[in-house]
Design a protein around this ligand. Structure first.
Ligand code: ZN
Length: 408
């Protein structure tokens, strides 16, 4: 079992140790030491990174990229992404953890204790799980719902506790002693001695992670989105410098949105809603105009259409129109007179629309099937109205000519 130096001192960044085992292969080496300050992924907190230094000529400095825990043996395993021939069983090494990453993790993790304490104190919402990610962290609360007002109040209380700079102590106790002390939650796999994290006069919880010395070192807590999950409500949050970088990014995003609307960032939602309404109104107006244009064009086309025994036939290819328009046009043509329409368009999505008025003798669905089969595209419809795709404008134009000839 590795002697866990972070257990009693979260601020120990450098330490000396002896190598117990080395296992390598495929460019990766796993190393265990007799003692370590490296925190392995566990209890929701992610691992430390850092270096293992070996004296010699020349001295070696190997990057530790991942640290995990062997739950059966209690050993901490340090991983190096290289075949580390310089590290051998029994030699002395000096470990150095990435202090900036450790500080960030301590801020997030300690902030979680404060936040969980705040939700518990204010609303009796127990924290059932904690997850630390590279960008943000989450806790899952045993609650059916958490209101925006509760989020604001918990965030406020948590930040007050941070501002009060309460001492954060580590104490060891049996599960019974811990219960008598009023611990928030006893872990399922409780060992003989529990390690308790004591935020003075605010929160006491069993935890194996790394924490700050006093709440002021957390800096700040910013709560973000909430979502319903299987076990309750998930609350996303960021602490310390992450809160600053997150707020900075939010502000930059809002500033950009504000510049687009030429407005103060606080008025962005109002302006966005207004713009949305204007777009909807413009779309409606455009559709009305399109209908008028289609009807006008349908009348013109019918006036100059060829007359067959069964009625008029309008066939035309429109290089600059789209599917929406030729569909509308086919509807107008077949509504105005007992006619047939064989239409095609080019543009980004070359298409075909075949239609006929009710009572006309053709089967437009079958004609479309035959046409798209020849073109190698897809399409279909019913007896009176069918649509399909064309690979390009030229083939759409040709298909209109050929389909019109079929029913001429
Ligand atoms: Zn903790």
């Amino acid at each position: 079992m590795t002697d866990r130096l972070y257990y009693t001192d979260s601020f120990l960044h450098k330490f000396d140790a002896r190598v117990l085992s080395v296992e390598g292969g495929d460019g990766r080496t796993a190393i265990t030491l007799d003692r370590s300050a490296f925190y392995p992924t566990s209890g929701g907190q992610i691992f430390d990174t850092g270096w293992l230094e070996v004296e010699g000529e020349p001295p070696a400095r190997l990057r530790v990229t991942e640290v995990s825990e062997n739950e059966h043996t209690g050993e901490i395993v340090h991983f190096i992404d290289a075949d580390a021939a310089v590290i051998r069983e029994g030699i002395a090494v000096r470990g150095a953890i990435d202090a900036e990453r450790r500080r960030d993790h301590m801020q997030q993790h300690s902030g979680q204790h404060v936040l969980s304490g705040a939700f518990e104190k204010l609303y009796g919402f127990a924290t059932v799980s904690f997850h630390m990610g590279d960008e943000s962290c989450t806790i899952d609360l045993a609650a059916d719902a958490v209101t925006p007002a509760q989020i604001t109040a918990a965030e406020y209380l948590a930040n007050e506790v941070i501002a009060e700079d309460r001492p954060v102590g580590i104490r060891f106790a049996t599960p019974d002693e811990a219960l008598a002390l009023g611990v928030r939650k006893i872990p399922a796999a409780a060992r003989e001695k529990l390690r308790l994290i004591d935020i003075q006069d605010f929160d006491l919880n069993a935890c194996g992670g790394t924490h700050v010395r006093s709440t002021g070192q957390i800096g700040s807590i910013l709560l973000r989105k909430t979502e319903k999950v299987r076990q309750g409500i998930r609350v996303e949050f960021v602490c310390g410098l992450r809160a600053v970088t997150t707020a900075r990014r939010d502000f930059a995003t809002l500033t950009e949105a504000g510049a687009i609307f030429s407005t103060h960032i606080w008025d962005v939602p109002q302006q966005a809603r207004k713009a949305q309404e204007e777009i909807k109104a413009a779309q409606k107006a455009q559709h009305r105009l399109l209908e008028e244009v289609a009807e006008f064009e349908a009348r013109q086309l019918l006036n100059s259409a060829s007359l067959r025994a069964s009625g008029k036939l309008v066939s035309k290819y429109f290089p600059g129109r789209d599917l929406t328009y030729i569909k509308l046009l086919a509807q107008k043509i077949t509504m105005l007179e007992p006619a047939a329409a064989i239409l095609g368009c080019g543009g980004a999505q070359p298409s075909l629309v075949f239609g006929q008025a009710k009572g006309q003798p053709h089967d437009m669905g079958a004609l479309m099937k035959k046409t798209v089969q020849a073109l190698g595209t897809r399409g279909g419809g019913n007896r009176d109205m069918a649509q399909g795709g064309a690979p390009d404008g030229d083939s759409a134009e040709r298909a209109v000519r050929e389909a019109a000839a079929e029913i001429e």
